[in-house]
Design a protein around this ligand. Structure first.
Ligand SMILES: [Zn+2]
Length: 168
């Protein structure tokens, strides 16, 4: 798919790219989609920047880096919500998993600063080493996401990616 310049690229190509970027982080991509997205990101600075900022936002959440940039957090919540709606239309079966994952994210983001303070306060009161309560906070953060991830893995019918495609 070669275009002479970015302006010649239809707008829905960018929309598809952004959708695949989300999907990449959530469910992984089939090899074909992956290749298409890589090619698009090479040609399109806007979408490459979008992919990068999404990556950064997710990394910030995974490492529980606080404070989150406010815009990134709310944007990510919004995207989780949108994604859940898309899945409701196409794959109602998986919506429950998504609802759980989405809720845990939204709640996690919303409550993270308070929980962090709580862990910090309890840690200091009980004279727990900083590393220990930081680990505790990390676990609190990871467990809902891990459970949702495990359910997604178990739920994915194996034959869906049987055409030798790699999910990543
Ligand atoms: Zn684009």
């Amino acid at each position: 798919m070669n275009y002479e310049n970015e302006q010649a690229m239809p707008a829905n190509e960018h929309a598809r790219a952004k959708r695949l970027i989300d999907q990449h982080h959530v469910e992984g991509l089939a090899a074909q989609e992956r290749a298409w997205l890589d090619a698009h990101l090479q040609d399109c600075g806007d979408c490459a920047a979008f992919a990068h900022s999404t990556e950064e936002a997710l990394r910030a959440m995974r490492t529980a880096a606080i404070p989150f940039p406010a815009g990134l957090a709310s944007r990510t919540q919004f995207r989780v919500h949108l994604r859940a709606q898309q899945l409701l239309e196409r794959e109602p079966r998986r919506l429950a998993v998504w609802a759980v994952a989405g809720m845990s994210w939204v709640l996690g983001i919303a409550t993270a600063p308070y929980v962090w303070q709580l862990f910090s306060w309890v840690g200091e009161r009980l004279h727990v080493p900083k590393l220990v309560w930081e680990l505790g906070f990390g676990l609190w953060w990871l467990i809902p996401a891990s459970i949702a991830g495990a359910i997604l893995l178990v739920e994915n019918p194996r034959d869906r990616f049987s055409d030798a495609s790699r999910r990543r």
